[in-house]
Design a protein around this ligand. Structure first.
Ligand code: NDP
Length: 278
């Protein structure tokens, strides 16, 4: 039976630590402020934005909500971002993705000042991560490193396999594992013998976006399995990219879905907001 890595408990620990840090900052007369911009009213985005606001409230971070209509132009959005870039009272700026199709996502990410890029998506933040300099780190992979460390799972010297090479999960995940001295392999849709590569992993991070694709036949006995995927079936039940029932008996440790990686993403966003002030 695998140890269950509990993202709810670990994210709560992190949020409680941040709450104390924010209280200290407040005592020194400093307030932490995050600006959250949502364009349009995609229901999933509204839920994510609501969860971010709740986390801000819990920790004591001031959140400014900008709910812009669907028809907002790219120029109008950039104008708002530039105003917030210049506002010394705003420490973090987040544009909830995806933005409507008439707005170029890359242009928007590039418009956010790297010093306020709490999502860690700006090319400067990505570059800083790859050359080992200080900068904001994409929240989901940063959260996975916390899950591993706080569960006492050694990364140094371990075979780490990341399945998925997206800019927001797979690639920064690989860089972070490398920074922690893991031996890292990144797989994608063109990888040959995916099963064999995954079976080498001491730490297997799965971010493919395919429900329950990774079953026990991909997993070495005793491996740590981190499931980034989130899918909702027709009955509203959540599952990940890993077939939990099949893998759990084989793995040494595993993250459940829900309650594994998911809660860590917001906790690390809050962490980045606090770091923006320090
Ligand atoms: P993307 O769709 O951007 O990337 C998926 C990656 O998986 C690509 O690199 C793709 O390869 C690879 N891939 C797809 N099919 C296969 C296959 N059959 N074999 C091997 N590799 C494959 O997804 P994201 O990284 O954005 O997200 C991945 C999952 O994580 C999703 O379910 C998403 O909802 C979830 N997610 C969860 C978060 C959380 O907070 N828990 C945060 C972000 C994402 P190629 O590059 O060759 O196309």
């Amino acid at each position: 039976m695998a140890n269950i890595i509990d993202g709810k408990v670990i994210s709560k620990q992190i949020k409680d630590e941040l709450k104390e840090q924010v209280a200290c900052l407040n005592r020194d007369g400093k307030e932490v402020c995050l600006a959250v911009i949502q364009v349009g009213n995609d229901p999933a985005s509204t839920v994510y934005v609501g969860n971010k606001k709740k986390a801000c409230e819990y920790i004591g971070i001031k959140s400014l909500a900008y709910e812009l209509p669907e028809k907002t132009t790219e120029a109008e959005l950039i104008e708002l971002i530039e105003k917030l870039n210049k506002d010394d009272n705003v420490h973090g700026i987040l544009v909830q993705l995806p933005v409507p199709k008439h707005i170029n996502e890359e242009t928007i990410i590039n418009a956010i000042s790297p010093s306020k890029d709490v999502d860690g998506f700006h090319p400067s933040s990505v570059g800083a991560l790859s050359i080992g300099k200080k900068g904001f780190v994409s929240c989901t992979p940063a959260g996975i490193i916390q899950l591993l460390k706080r569960s006492g799972i050694e990364i140094s010297g371990k075979e780490c396999v990341v399945v998925g090479r997206s800019n927001i999960v797979g690639k920064p995940m690989a860089m972070l594992l490398l920074r922690e001295n893991g031996t890292v392999t990144v797989c994608h849709s063109k990888t040959k013998d995916l099963k064999e590569v995954c079976k080498r992993a001491d730490i297997l991070v799965v971010a493919i976006g395919r429900p329950k694709m990774i079953d026990a036949s991909y997993v070495k006995e005793g491996a740590t399995v981190i499931d980034v995927g989130i899918h909702r079936n027709e009955n509203g039940k959540l599952c990940g990219d890993v077939d939990y029932e099949s893998v759990e008996p084989v793995a040494g440790a595993i993250t459940p879905v829900p309650g594994g990686v998911g809660p860590m993403t917001i906790a690390m966003l809050m962490n980045n907001c606090v770091e923006a002030v320090l």
